[in-house]
Design a protein. Structure first.
Length: 251
């Protein structure tokens, strides 16, 4: 009855419509809690035209991408090693689960002591959840690799490296992409939070915190919309890559 495009548009518009009715038309919420949608939209475009938003966006984006990228590389490599060896997996199980269960925000002071208040501490904050999530999902993906395909490749004369490259890695790819999507959101969250509490000259997290301190509520909501768009667009990019390169998932 309804096309996918229609349903997606409805999903996008439902929140603004509820917001418009609640805050603008019926005025059921205090402006200190929920400002008028029109005021937030105007402030959103003001931030874009003023130019300061781009400096904050660029700074946050660079820190996030740096930590996320480094975490992916390190996490996938370590995950492959752990997944290939039962002994290594057993030996590292406690360490991995110990640090994975620990909230990254709880170790803010440790990052400050080691890296200081420069960008390196914020990059390390984004790196940590990415590394742990990629390590766990990659190792899990390797352990799920089909032993039947590995034996068949061995029968046809494939070397251990060829089996690893063409069978094990490809079997692990769906789970690796699960880790990529999970780490995407977690790394963005801790990057913004680290900017809020560690402090920086430019960054969306710092600007969100400044808006809260000065009670600039329309600015606060406009910045949250920017962060939501950034996270949504990045997640869609990962989904597009997964659809293109891991097209056999679920088939």
């Amino acid at each position: 009855m309804f096309s996918n495009l229609t349903l997606r548009l409805f999903g996008i518009l439902i929140l603004p419509l509820v917001w418009l009715v609640t805050a603008d038309l019926l005025q059921l919420a205090s402006p200190l809690l929920l400002p008028k949608l029109l005021d937030v939209v105007v402030r959103f475009f003001q931030l874009i035209t003023e130019g300061t938003l781009w400096k904050d966006f660029y700074s946050t984006f660079l820190r996030w991408v740096a930590g996320y990228s480094l975490g992916i590389v390190a996490g996938v490599l370590c995950g492959l090693i752990i997944g290939l060896s039962t002994k290594v997996r057993i030996a590292t199980e406690f360490l991995v689960e110990f640090f994975r269960a620990m909230p990254v925000t709880a170790i803010f002071p440790l990052f400050l002591l080691v890296f200081g208040i420069a960008d390196s501490s914020k990059i390390a904050m984004a790196f940590t959840p990415t590394f742990l999530l990629m390590l766990v999902n990659t190792s899990y993906g390797v352990t799920l690799s089909d032993p039947g395909r590995r034996r068949m490749a061995q029968v046809f004369g494939a070397s251990k490296f060829q089996i690893f490259r063409y069978v094990v890695v490809f079997d692990a790819l769906p789970q690796i992409f699960v880790g990529l999507r999970m780490a995407l959101a977690q790394s963005l969250i801790v990057t913004v939070v680290s900017e809020m509490f560690i402090g920086t000259d430019y960054g969306l997290g710092q600007r969100v915190y400044d808006s809260y301190l000065t009670s600039s509520i329309p600015t606060l909501y406009a910045l949250l919309i920017v962060l939501g768009i950034l996270g949504y667009a990045s997640n869609k990019m990962i989904i597009a890559l997964e659809t293109k390169y891991v097209f056999w998932t679920g088939k």
